[in-house]
Design a protein around this ligand. Structure first.
Ligand code: ZN
Ligand code: ZN
Length: 651
C-alpha cells in the first residue's frame, strides 16, 4: 500500500512511502529520509506532483503514539496556508525537535494527578452570570469574551467552567502571554484544583516536555497552562480553550515562524468544534470589533475585589514646572509620594526603559554610541557598567577613541529605570527601593524579591512594563508615570491601541485591596485629552473612536495586512532587489502593495531591511495569491524574505 507521509521539514507536501501494515490518517511512523530516519505522520492527501522518478521507499515502523486527530490535521493544513509557511513546518511545531514521543505507562503521569479538590468557592452574582453564559453553549464552537477590570475575579470563573469538563475526562488548555513569571498563577491553580498543572513553555526541560507531550497525546494529562507553542500540542480530547489576557501582544510570535497565537487558538477551537473563552480587562481592537458585530458573546465583571474602584488620575504638565538639572521628578510629585508613603502605601515609578540611559554621547565630538550591527543607540546599563544593544545583545565598554583627540568623554542623555531609581534614592532617603525590569527580575532570587514587594517590605518600585503583567501587589496604591509620551510612534499604526493597553494594565496594578489609589501622569504633552481618554474607566469610548479611525483609513481589523521584509548585508544590492521584487509581484497579488520603504529599524543584526506592506480584503485569497507568486520568484543570494501576516510590530 502507498501512503502520503508529511515530514517535519521545509516541504509543503507529503512524500509517498510504501508499507504492508495497515495505516490510518494521523498515524505516526518512522521513515527513511536521505540517510537518516525521521518521524512523519500519515497525511490526508498525496503529493500533487506525480511525475517524480524517485524510488518509493518503505516505512520502517508505526510508532506507538495515539494518532493525530483529523481535526488537528485540518487545523495544521489551514495554519500553513494562512501564515504562508510550508505544511511540514506546521507539523514540526506540533512535535518535539521533530520527533513524536511514544506512549508511556500510566504511572509516569501520576505527578499530574487529576483529582480535583472539592472546594467551596462562592462566586459573586456577576461571576455566576458569566459562568452560566460560558456553560450554556459549551458543546460546540463559539467565542465568548469575559471582560472584567483587573482584580474582578475572572480566573475563578474560568476555573469553574473547566472543572466539570476535567472531571468528565476531557482536556483543557489555558494560554497565557508571559509564562516566565507565572508562579503566582500556578499557586492559584494548585489551590483551586489541588494538583500541579502541566506547564508548557520554551524554558522547560526537554525531558519534561516529552512527558507532557505524550501525556497530552494519550489523554492522561488533562490541563495545560502554556505559552504560544502549547497551541500545537496533540490533544486527544480537547474540550475548551482559554486565552487569558487575550489583548496581550506577546501572543504574537515575531521571529522565525510568525503567527498570532490568540487568533490561531480561535481557529483551532473552530476546527475542533469546541468553545473558546477570551479573557481580558480591555479587549484588543480585533476582539472589540467582533463583539460589536455580535460575532462573539460577551459577559462583563464590573465589581472589583472588595469594591475597589479603579485608581483616579492626575496629570502633571511638565511644561509648567521647572525640573532641577538631571532630575525627572517634579517637586509636586515628591510631596504627593511622601503623603502616600506616610500612609504605608507602596509607590511605583513607571518608565518603560531598561538600563540607566538610552543615549550615551561624547562631550567633545558629540557622536553617540550606537550599535555596530543595528541602526540604534546603545543603552547604558550602569549596574553592569556596559553599553548594551537591546535588539542584538551587542555589548561594549565606554572606552572609545575620539575623533578630536584622546578618548571620548561620555555623557548620558535621558533616563532609564536605573537612573530614576538613583534619583528616587536621593529624594526618598531611607526607603527600600527595588528596580522591576527584565534585567532584575529574570534571576533566581526574583521570587524572593516579589515576596518582599507583596509584604510591603519594599516601599518604592521603579519598573518597566514588565510590572503591568498580572502581578498582584496588595499595598501598591500610587503610580507615577515618569513621562507619558504618546507622540513617538508615528510609524506604528497600532501605537494608540498599545498605549491604551499598557496604561490600562498599569493602572490595574494599583488599588487592588480597596484602598483609594491614584496614578500621576507626568508629561510634556499639551494634549491632556488623550491621556484622560486612556485613563478613563470606560475603555470602550477609546476603542470606539479608534475603530472609526481604522475604518476610515482602511486599516485592520477592516482590512488585512501582510508585511514583507527583505533583508541583506549589501545595501545597494538590497535596494535593487526590492525594486525588482516589487515589479514582479505588482498586479499579481490580491491586494495593494505599499513600499518599498526602509524599515524604521533600517539595520538589524548586521542586515539592512526594506519593508513592503500588502493591504487587501480579509480573505484567504490574499495568502493564496501571494504564496503562488513567491514560489515563482528567485531571490538573489544573500537576500532573505520574512513574511508576517497580521503584523503587530512595524519596526
Ligand atoms: Zn544591535
Ligand atoms: Zn568623542
Amino acid at each position: 500500500m502507498k501512503y502520503p507521509i508529511l515530514l517535519p521539514n521545509i516541504f509543503n507536501h507529503p512524500f509517498t512511502y510504501e508499507s504492508d501494515i495497515n495505516l490510518k490518517v494521523g498515524d505516526y511512523v518512522l521513515v527513511p529520509f536521505g540517510k537518516s530516519k525521521i518521524t512523519g505522520v500519515v497525511w490526508d492527501e498525496f503529493e500533487k506532483n506525480k511525475d517524480k522518478k524517485f524510488k518509493i521507499r518503505n516505512i520502517i515502523r508505526k510508532l506507538n503514539v495515539t494518532p493525530l486527530k483529523k481535526d488537528t490535521i485540518n487545523f495544521l493544513n489551514w495554519f500553513a496556508v494562512y501564515n504562508l509557511i510550508p505544511k511540514g513546518m506546521a507539523l514540526k511545531l506540533s512535535l518535539i525537535s521533530g520527533a513524536a514521543i511514544e506512549n508511556k505507562e500510566k504511572k509516569f503521569y501520576e505527578i499530574f494527578d487529576n483529582k480535583i479538590i472539592k472546594n467551596s468557592i462562592k462566586l459573586s452574582t456577576s461571576q455566576n452570570k458569566s459562568l452560566e453564559k460560558m456553560n450554556r453553549s459549551n458543546k460546540k464552537f463559539r467565542v465568548h469574551v469575559l471582560q472584567g477590570t483587573t482584580g474582578s475575579g475572572k480566573t475563578l470563573v474560568y476555573f469553574e467552567a473547566l472543572k466539570p469538563l476535567i472531571e468528565k475526562g476531557f482536556q483543557g488548555l489555558i494560554l497565557l502571554p508571559e509564562i516566565g513569571l507565572t508562579s503566582q498563577f500556578e499557586q492559584k491553580f494548585e489551590e483551586y484544583f489541588g494538583f500541579n498543572p502541566a506547564i508548557w513553555h520554551s524554558g522547560i526541560s526537554k525531558k519534561k516536555k516529552e512527558l507532557i507531550w505524550s501525556g497530552i497525546s494519550c489523554g492522561e494529562i488533562k490541563i495545560i497552562i502554556g505559552a504560544r507553542s502549547s497551541l500545537f500540542l496533540p490533544f486527544k480530547n480537547l474540550r475548551m480553550i482559554i486565552v487569558d489576557e487575550e489583548h496581550d501582544q506577546s501572543f504574537k510570535q515575531d521571529e522565525g515562524i510568525t503567527y498570532n497565537a490568540r487568533d490561531m487558538a480561535i481557529s483551532r477551537a473552530s476546527f475542533e468544534n469546541i468553545p473558546i473563552n477570551l479573557i481580558t480587562a480591555v479587549p484588543s481592537i480585533e476582539t472589540f470589533e467582533n463583539i460589536k458585530k455580535g460575532k462573539y458573546e460577551i459577559s462583563r465583571l464590573t465589581e472589583r475585589y472588595k469594591n475597589a474602584a479603579l485608581p483616579n488620575y492626575e496629570i502633571i504638565n511638565l511644561n509648567h514646572t521647572k525640573l532641577e538639572k538631571q532630575s525627572w521628578i517634579a517637586n509636586k510629585i515628591i510631596e504627593k509620594v511622601n503623603f502616600h508613603l506616610e500612609k504605608k502605601d507602596q509607590v511605583l515609578f513607571f518608565l518603560n526603559r531598561r538600563g540607566f540611559s538610552p543615549i550615551a554621547l561624547c562631550n567633545k565630538c558629540f557622536l553617540s554610541f550606537s550599535c555596530p550591527n543595528c541602526a540604534i543607540n546603545l543603552v547604558y546599563h550602569k549596574n553592569r557598567n556596559i553599553l548594551l544593544c537591546h535588539y542584538c545583545g551587542f555589548k561594549s565598554n565606554l572606552k572609545r577613541n575620539c575623533v578630536k583627540e584622546g578618548d571620548c568623554e561620555c555623557v548620558f542623555s535621558g533616563p532609564g529605570v536605573e537612573r530614576i531609581s538613583e534619583e528616587v534614592k536621593k529624594k526618598f532617603p531611607g526607603k527600600k527601593i527595588e528596580i522591576f525590569s527584565s534585567d532584575t527580575m529574570n534571576k533566581k532570587d526574583s521570587n524572593e524579591k516579589i515576596k518582599k514587594i507583596i509584604n510591603n517590605e519594599t516601599q518604592i518600585l521603579v519598573g518597566t512594563q514588565l510590572i503591568s503583567k498580572g502581578f498582584h501587589f496588595p499595598s501598591l496604591n500610587c503610580i507615577v508615570v515618569v513621562d507619558i509620551d504618546l507622540s513617538s510612534q508615528g510609524h506604528d499604526l497600532r501605537g494608540a491601541e498599545k498605549n491604551l493597553q499598557l496604561y490600562h494594565q498599569l493602572s490595574g496594578r494599583a488599588g487592588r485591596t480597596g484602598k483609594p489609589a491614584i496614578v500621576y501622569f507626568q508629561t510634556y504633552e499639551n494634549n491632556s485629552k488623550m491621556i484622560s481618554e486612556i485613563a478613563n474607566e470606560n475603555p470602550d469610548i477609546f476603542l470606539d473612536r479608534e475603530l472609526e479611525i481604522r475604518k476610515k483609513n482602511k486599516l485592520p481589523p477592516y482590512q488585512r495586512f501582510i508585511s514583507l521584509i527583505l533583508s541583506g548585508e549589501n545595501e545597494n544590492k538590497l535596494e535593487k532587489e526590492a525594486l525588482d521584487f516589487k515589479n514582479f509581484i505588482e498586479n499579481k497579488v490580491e491586494g495593494k502593495i505599499l513600499g518599498p520603504v526602509n524599515a524604521p529599524l533600517f539595520k538589524l543584526k548586521k542586515k539592512f531591511r526594506i519593508r513592503f506592506l500588502i493591504r487587501g480584503s480579509k480573505s484567504i485569497k490574499m495568502q493564496n495569491s501571494l504564496s503562488q507568486i513567491l514560489s515563482k520568484y528567485k531571490f538573489s543570494s544573500g537576500i532573505k524574505l520574512s513574511v508576517d501576516v497580521d503584523p503587530i510590530n512595524f519596526n
